[in-house]
Design a protein around this ligand. Structure first.
Ligand SMILES: Cc1cc2nc3c(=O)[nH]c(=O)nc-3n(C[C@H](O)[C@H](O)[C@H](O)COP(=O)(O)OP(=O)(O)OC[C@H]3O[C@@H](n4cnc5c(N)ncnc54)[C@H](O)[C@@H]3O)c2cc1C
Length: 413
């Protein structure tokens, strides 16, 4: 039996940032994960976009874009608490253009009106936070429509009807992994326990018991405070503690294709196609790019409490050569239609991870709940079991700071 004051479950971006913030506040923390290394799942295998909110223009309340904007403005600053000046060196991509697809369910004029409202939200935020920055930059606007000639020149006119320049970037998730893992493993207040597959959480008087398996050997940890940050593993563990499955829980398995690009594309903007089932190209300064094409790359859909075991391999980067080749060719062929030159790329990695969200229908339904990402963050049960829905990479550092504050307030008030 292992006794702990603070036990964090899951060593992705969310669990790591929470452990680092607890340690910064002088607490001793144990963090456990089923994987052999930290940061090896969704936090690594994603697009790395630090959302300014402009992809969520179909949320009529603007609550989701507002939340993303705030989180994006706190992203670097929160990371600075744990990794110092490295937070200024996150390997920013080329900035994004947003491409309005010809069959987008919002047309360019409707989008422009909503982007205008986002500018007001942005101006309001920056006027109230003198020390604001977005990934170390200080953009003077979020989006600006480019001329049709420029849009045509860059993206052709087969599928794109308009384009907006934006201030949005992706960060390099490999760098995030490196910096956060180094900070975690070198922190004398944090113990990392790999290869621990958690199965159950229960109450034992005031204490909580977390149990599961290391290989085929059972383990049990006792803790005063448990923080569940296991992403797609979260809801099954919540249920073992007696927390009901949330309504409309949805897990989608989304693949990415990583390529080395032709040097002629090095100065090209990154691109996100909106609004519907489309894709993204993230151009990185090191001559590589992240590609996604939703119609071919969203290959799993599960409304169960946890996704099928078969998703586990791809989330650790294991994909058959046959599948990798098939996905790579279809991504390159489809994306070439709106990002000319991409088909000269050389694929070097194909993998994917689950996306946890709430909804019954897909993103091409304008009424889908997937356009609302506000039902995320920390919930506390019985005073000392805390469970966090990370929501996005973007929100994780901000949630870590806020969650630790809320937990410590409860413990010490
Ligand atoms: C393809 C794709 C693209 C995305 N693009 C973006 C983007 O551009 N911008 C953005 O903001 N967000 C994006 N996201 C979402 C983002 O990746 C996630 O919100 C974020 O990484 C979740 O972090 P996490 O720490 O909660 O999860 P993870 O990184 O998955 O960490 C959870 C950890 O818990 C462990 N775990 C799970 N269950 C158990 C168990 N039972 N026992 C022990 N350990 C367990 C796992 O091994 C893992 O290490 C994307 C997601 C995907 C899949």
């Amino acid at each position: 039996m292992n006794n702990n004051e603070f036990l964090v479950l899951g060593a992705g971006i969310q669990g790591i940032c929470i452990a680092l913030e607890l340690a910064k506040q002088g607490k001793y923390v144990t963090i456990i994960d089923q994987d052999t290394i930290p940061f090896n799942r969704a936090s690594l295998r994603n697009e790395g976009k630090v959302h300014l909110g402009i992809v969520y223009m179909n949320d009529p309340t603007f609550a989701t874009p507002k939340l993303m904007l705030k989180a994006s403005m706190e992203f670097r600053k929160s990371l600075e608490r744990w990794i110092g000046d490295k937070s200024y060196h996150l390997g920013l991509s080329n900035p994004f253009y947003y491409l309005v697809a010809k069959d987008s369910f919002l047309n360019p004029e409707e989008l422009e009106m909503r982007y205008q409202k986002m500018e007001e939200i942005f101006d309001d935020y920056t006027s109230k936070h003198a020390d604001w920055d977005y990934l170390g930059t200080k953009p003077s606007y979020l989006t600006k429509r480019v001329s049709d000639e420029k849009a045509n020149e860059l993206f052709g006119d087969e599928v794109v009807q308009a384009a907006f320049e934006t201030a949005e970037y992706s960060v390099d998730t490999e760098l995030l992994k490196k910096y956060l893992t180094e900070a975690l493993l070198s922190n004398p207040r944090i113990s990392f326990c790999p290869n621990h597959h958690i199965k159950n959480i229960s109450r034992n008087n005031e204490m909580l018991t977390v149990s599961g398996f290391v290989g085929n050997k059972e383990f049990r940890f006792e803790a005063e405070q448990v923080i569940n940050a296991t992403w797609e593993g979260k809801f099954a563990l919540d249920e073992s503690f007696g927390v009901a499955k949330p309504k409309d829980l949805l897990h989608r398995l989304k693949y990415r294709v990583m390529v080395k690009i032709d040097p002629s594309l090095l100065e090209r903007p990154s691109a996100t196609m909106v609004i519907g089932k489309y894709g993204d190209v993230v151009i990185k300064k090191d001559g590589t790019a992240y590609l996604s094409w939703y119609p071919a790359g969203c290959l799993g859909w599960s409304t169960e409490i946890s996704p099928p075991e078969t998703w586990n391999e791809v989330s650790r980067g294991i994909v058959s050569e046959e599948k990798a080749n098939a996905l790579s060719s279809i991504f390159l062929e489809e994306i070439e239609k709106w990002f000319p030159g991409i088909n000269k790329s050389i694929t070097y990695l194909v993998d994917g991870a689950p996306i946890v969200a709430y909804g019954k229908t897909d993103v091409d339904d304008s009424n889908s709940k997937l356009h609302d990402r506000t039902n995320i963050g920390l919930k506390t049960y019985g005073g000392n079991y805390h469970s966090i829905d990370t929501g996005k990479l973007t929100t994780a550092p901000m949630f870590a700071v806020e969650s630790v504050k809320s937990i410590l307030n409860r413990v010490y008030s």
